[in-house]
Design a protein around this ligand. Structure first.
Ligand code: CU
Length: 355
């Protein structure tokens, strides 16, 4: 034990000065964990291209904070629906894959512009119950939707930078390039297979122009980095199908350890609150919990582990690769909704140009 500690101290003593003196080194911890966006700015004339892949898995359902089985959903009153309709179809599993292509450009040291386009693919498995009541199962079916998601344009402002601290503000607008007209063939309780407009969580966009903003503070000191971000998305108008998604607020805080400039290991905490859908799309009227706007929004706390790596030499210099895995430690949904399991984000970033 004593030998190990001494060896560790020696290794640190060797690494620390090299780290401190290498002014040319690109630091992996200069960017936040890959699940965080809008955390950094660029120097004048610099470009950055990025690609992110995100997979999100959900399974089972919650009523508030408690797990609820499909049988209980279709036989209990836990799922109020306007009108006489009862729930006869329950989602059992959902996968969402997102490919995000981003570009950043800094016309000045103060302002960095950012654009991000997404391709979204959603798959949801369902179980259908027979007839108008009871808990006898008729069968299962999947529904899927894929295509362009909403496009995010924003400006990032270097509000403050001194010594170890940096504060960045983000002001943006999400454009409704994602479809809200996705349809799919479903299995009805009457054993028919109509094509219907898919429920809200299966649509690819919000259908509205949504302003968003963020404020990020980071401190990098020696081998350590700390950051915190507050952000919000506002739904300021109804889309042309007669509803708007709920507003979103989010806070996140992370700490990172960087034993060498190329590597940074992160732990992150994030909490979000999402409002309920306001209004309703008259086409979405299936006897499934996801078709009821009451079953939308809620609160959630996630913990994440992440790693950033950045190349220092040759063609890999400045190329960043990152991964982050998140899982909820607390969920409190409005009404009855699917339960989130985990989210994996992989990313590549490359900055070029500049002074
Ligand atoms: Cu960037």
């Amino acid at each position: 034990m004593k030998v190990k500690l001494t060896a560790g101290a020696l290794a640190l003593a060797l690494v620390a000065p090299a780290f401190a003196h290498d002014a040319n080194a690109i630091r992996a911890d200069a960017h936040a964990p890959i699940g965080v966006m809008g955390d950094h700015v660029h120097d004048r004339g610099e470009w950055m291209l990025s690609y992110r892949f995100m997979r999100m898995e959900m399974a089972g359902s919650l009523a508030g904070e408690e797990a609820i089985s499909p049988d209980d959903i279709v036989t209990s009153l836990a799922n109020p629906h306007p009108g006489p309709m009862t729930v006869r179809v329950v989602p059992t599993k959902m996968t969402m894959d997102m490919h995000m292509l981003g570009a950043m450009y800094a016309p000045s040291d103060t302002i960095t512009l950012m654009a991000m386009v997404n391709h979204v693919e959603k798959t949801m498995d369902h179980v259908t119950y027979q007839g108008m009541a009871g808990s006898s199962r008729l069968g299962e079916f999947p529904a899927s939707a894929k295509g362009l998601g909403d496009t995010r344009l924003s400006a990032l402002f270097r509000l403050f930078e001194a010594g170890e601290d940096r504060v960045v503000a983000q002001l943006g607008l999400s454009l409704p390039t994602g479809s809200i007209d996705e349809t799919g063939r479903v299995l009805s309780p009457m054993n028919t297979a109509p094509v219907l407009t898919l429920p809200y969580p299966m649509q690819l966009g919000s259908g509205s122009f949504d302003p968003f903003l963020g404020l990020t503070w980071t401190r990098t000191t020696g081998h350590w980095t700390f950051g915190t971000q507050a952000s919000a998305v506002m739904r300021v108008h109804d889309n042309d199908r007669g509803y708007r998604l709920g507003d979103e607020g989010r806070i996140s805080a992370w700490g990172g350890w960087s034993p060498f400039p190329s590597w940074a290991f992160f732990g992150r905490f994030s909490a979000r609150s999402v409002g309920t859908i306001d209004g309703a799309d008259p086409r979405i009227a299936a006897p499934v919990q996801t078709a009821n706007p009451v079953n939308s929004g809620g609160g959630r706390v996630d913990l994440s582990a992440g790693v950033n790596w950045v190349g220092q030499q040759g063609v890999l210099r400045g190329q960043r690769f990152a991964a982050e895995l998140s899982a909820p430690v607390h969920q409190d949904v409005n009404g009855v909704q699917m339960e989130s399991d985990w989210t994996l984000t992989l990313g590549w970033q490359y900055a070029l140009g500049g002074r």
